[in-house]
Design a protein around this ligand. Sequence first.
Ligand code: KIV
Ligand code: ZN
Length: 513
Amino acid sequence: MSEPRKILIFDTTLRDGEQSPGCSMNLAEKLEVARMLELLRVDIIEAGFPIASPGDFEAVQAIAGEIRGCTVAGLARAVDKDIERAAEAVAKSPRRRIHVFCATSEIHRTYKLKRAKEEIIRMSVEGVRQAAGYTDDVEFSPEDASRTEPEFLAEVVEAVIEAGATTVNIPDTVGYAMPKQFGDLIRYLRKNVSNIDQAVISVHCHNDLGLAVANSLTAVRAGAGQIECTINGLGERAGNAALEEIVMAMKTRRDFLDADTNIETRKIYPASRMVAAITGVHVQRNKAIVGENAFAHEAGVHQHGMLANRQTYEIMKPEDIGVPASRLVFGKHSGRHGFAERTRVLGFTLTPEQLEEAYEKFIALADKKKDIYDADIEAIIDQQIGSTMEVWRLEGLQTTAGTNAIPTATITLSKEGQSTTDAATGDGPVDAIYEAIRRITGVKLTLTDYSLRALTGGKDAQGEVTIEVAHNERKFRARGLSTDIVEASAKAYLAAVNRVLTAKNGGEKPPQP
Ligand code: KIV
Ligand code: ZN
């Protein structure tokens, strides 16, 4: 049997994923995700859009300075200052890529860029030439390629390859393409672009019609050599193609796709959990590959079949994607060493100081609840990483509420060692807390979503509150955990306040690609 084709995996969780509403991450969180992507062995990490804000620049620079197992890419529009900034941000990576993009479809040319076809080609070519002056790894994306006239698209692609692009990425920017049509487009480019063999063909599919993965895999069948995707399918609007689905489809249906990747599939589940914990965007229960029910067999007839032979109802093994055999970790007496080992298995890369701090929090939690699960450990570390950007800290909280009482909260917060106490009333205890926090911090947020769930099973489970807030047209998500759900609500709101205060552009909306 011949070797399957190796398809490069370009992960854009930290750029397209992070760009989606409420998914912004701070520097420490981005670094943690980048380390996980390196363990996952993705080929290329798109670390951000450096011109978007100083925070984005700093994150790309830090990732380029640390990650050695992957190519690190920075995104840039086809304009001088973007490309210069991207080049500066990725400079420290021995495997650096600049990803230049320019919209090509008629609707984008007319209404967004207000440029004629010739100008689009000129901008694209100049952008690629400029980027090629900084690195020999240049990617070009004709944005909205799937809605661009195919003849013009072929012209652009040929011109940018001539100018030095080594990867040409064909985005289905608005998730409009149908699989057959998208596959035909890739075949068309292979046939009609004379120098196409000098570049890798990549695809970047959005999921507006739920076809991102199908379109990407069809493109692979048609000759694409790189897929752009994100963990848990995060991304603008309905998201991007989900990395875990792309990778497992290739592994499971190698017979049909004749393609494989370099991905360490046993890190897929830990990566999914980490990204969900950090962004606060939960994975739906029935999500393919990483959802809670993905390997659960409920019906009696299925269970019977499984006992006779797992393959009756199981096309992949949970252990192949790193689902732990047992979710119960341990309790108070498990020790430092066991705890450290578990954090490593879960994919975290902690310094000895961070580990010590996390261990102390683990012991404090174990005093409150008997059994500690992976989800508890992930939450401890996530809160710790998040707290590196802490401005306000919760010192104390008291609430009164009841059928005939006016809900009241008294809260003490500290900032730079200075404590402030205030009280407020509200429609309920949580509303009263949020009002008291607003009074102390002066940060006014509009609460757009609030959800509460038990983090694990058991009556002593921690309550996890996830909220979404709006501030200056931007959305932020944050979560808080505690065995007391009122305290969890306060922590979530305060985490959102801290996110806003430490956000890139001071919480203003950054320019988007
Ligand atoms: O969806 C898109 O077209 C993009 C480009 C910047 C590649 O994200
Ligand atoms: Zn995109």
